[in-house]
Design a protein around this ligand. Structure first.
Ligand SMILES: NC(=O)c1ccc[n+]([C@@H]2O[C@H](COP(=O)([O-])OP(=O)(O)OC[C@H]3O[C@@H](n4cnc5c(N)ncnc54)[C@H](O)[C@@H]3O)[C@@H](O)[C@H]2O)c1
Length: 252
């Protein structure tokens, strides 16, 4: 079978279960011929991903809030797979208290944690990844339009996504000479584990659906297909950009 990712090895970080956007990305990239390697956050989450991926060698633990965990993960990746051609960062976390009501509910600790896991982690992972990435290579992260708009309840995560997008642009600038492109996909609302942490998420999903150009929510498969394109050499001219895959919700 010929695909736009034939011969490429790609690391996918952030599959929690079969609803995860990262899983949509992995499936779409595999369909285009890529060989996929996965990281999972901890032993508890390993149980879920093990149901989707049976080859144990392809499953590597990585908690992005720990530099030690990131270093061990990339050491294992290098040992098992040698060089890789790209990585998907589909990771975010904020405590429930940071995701509802007034932004004044935010605390120093909650804010720090959300920004650490959801934004700094892209830089932390890129630092470790440069040693194993080929030239050319591609990095894609997942963001949301709450980065540039004050949406209800999204709160601290919106601030984290603004930092994530900015970090993505600086990375694109600094990794360009290594042949590494860095982009973000701004996905429309999709029902996943992460979304269920946001206060009033059912309402958010409904509003989002009504604001698409055709009244149908975007799917993780559609996000995955864009991810496959950005990972491929067809996208060699695109770096430092935020690509909206939200069925036009951001037009409103
Ligand atoms: N679902 C949406 O509507 C939507 C829209 C736009 C952007 N996004 C973004 O897509 C990305 C993926 O989220 P999702 O919606 O697929 O939800 P998800 O819950 O399936 O995925 C979130 C992942 O983050 C991982 N994670 C959290 N803390 C971590 C840590 N310390 N170390 C390692 N991994 C950690 C979780 O294990 C999980 O796999 C996130 O960045 C999210 O903000 C989601």
């Amino acid at each position: 079978m010929s695909g736009i990712l034939n011969g490429k090895k790609i690391l996918v970080m952030g599959v929690a279960n079969n609803r995860s956007i990262a899983w949509g990305c992995a499936q779409a990239m595999a369909a285009q011929g890529a060989e996929i390697i996965y990281t999972y956050q901890n032993e508890r989450l390993k149980k879920f991903i093990s149901k989707l991926v049976t080859d144990e060698d392809r499953l590597i633990e990585c908690d992005v809030s720990s530099d030690t965990s990131i270093d061990s993960a990339f050491k294992l990746i290098a040992e098992r797979f040698g060089k890789i051609d790209g990585l998907i960062h589909a990771i975010a976390y904020a405590k429930k208290e940071e995701l509802g009501g007034s932004i004044l509910n935010s605390t120093r600790e909650g804010y720090g944690q959300a920004l650490d896991v959801s934004a700094y982690s892209l830089l932390a992972v890129a630092k470790a990844a440069v040693k194993v990435l080929n030239n050319p290579a591609s990095i894609v992260t997942l963001t949301y339009m709450g980065s540039s708009r004050a949406l209800p309840n999204y709160n601290t995560m919106g601030i984290a996504k603004a930092a994530l997008e900015s970090g993505m642009r600086y990375l694109a600038r600094d990794l360009g000479t290594d042949g590494i492109r860095v982009n973000a996909i701004s996905a429309g609302a999709i029902k996943t584990l992460a979304v269920s942490g946001i206060k009033g998420h059912s309402e958010l999903l409904k509003i989002s659906q009504s604001e698409t150009v055709d009244g149908v929510n975007v799917t993780k498969e559609e996000v995955g297909n864009t991810c496959a394109f950005l990972m491929s050499d067809l996208a060699s001219g695109i770096t430092g950009d935020v690509i909206y895959v939200d069925k036009g919700v951001h037009l409103r």
